[in-house]
Design a protein around this ligand. Sequence first.
Ligand code: ZN
Length: 384
Amino acid sequence: MLLCCSTGISCGKQGDSHNAISGWEKMGEEDEPSEEPSKEPSTPTDSDDPSSDDSSKDPDEDRWFKTRGIVCGWSDVYAPYHTYKIDYLDIAEKHHLNTFSIYGADRSSDSWKQYMESAAKIGVKFEFQEHMMSFLLPRDLFKTHPEYFRMNKQGVRVEDANGCPSSEGALAQVFLNAKRLGESYKPTNHRYYFWLDDGGDVCYCEHCKGLSASDQALMFENKIIEALKTLDPDAQLAHLAYNNTTEAPKNVKPAEDIFLEFAPFHRTWEHALSETWAEGNSGWTHAKYLRALQENLKVFPKETAQVLEYWMDDSLFSGWNQSKLKQVPWNSKIFLDDLKTYAKYGIRHITCYCAYVGPNYNQQFGFPDFLIEYADGLYNFEKQ
Ligand SMILES: [Zn+2]
């Protein structure tokens, strides 16, 4: 069964790779000097960001949670002609959300550019959290280079997911494509997310078979960060601990600036994580998650570690069926308790899906006050 972090682009269900890639806009880059001045509006840069006027001052100096983010779709956040019922930028400005990851936008459109400019003015950074393996190792290479792809348990090379990280040829492709994608797909906070295939199995060839899914992911990620560093010396890359990569890698060490992104997809949101006996789907207990988090934090630095949560992910709670939205089972007590748990482990970066929390949600259930509680909860959190 294919498990999804969320919907749309995050499941790799978006259109063909050409459109997905060519639609990505160069964002947050320093403008290259050119012979002719561009007639296009300039892309937002740090210099447009009033909060960066005094670079010595960290606006979040006294905040525990440095990243207070959301991940959702363009149709959730955008309303034509500013007819917003849920104005995410207004919420960000008043309640201090500072990181947006938005999928499904036409990044060459004026509306997207204007949205980014407005966001930059209030200090919101953009990043792009998406499954990328089919772009890093295009499946059509299978015809000529089956050895780039994973071997299944029956000993047959297959191109259904991921690849063979012991293949030098596969790694060379990943390097080249990571450079290309990184150029057209630049976050404004230097944090890159080139996730492997959602729920995809891994390689069982003679070189890979002793390596866990987390080890194999890291082998690809170590190559990806090498490519990204040639574009952006400050680049950081997420290692997504999610589903089959939840356990900490044991045999492969992360390169510098790979950060842990911990996504407890199989937990239950009916109980706080601190209730270690609680069990989510697939029989995963909170104890199992907390152990995995601890193990991962022995491998990855805790200073940069991030949690990707689902407290507000209505795509998950609605079973990825937009025509039958269910109400987000928000529970502020559980949310605040979870923040305490994450903070206890030293986590200072939190982001959360709020997919499907858009105009239709608002129409059906009224304004989602949990967005405000989420933002305020993160901003006002004090570690004990
Ligand atoms: Zn292999």
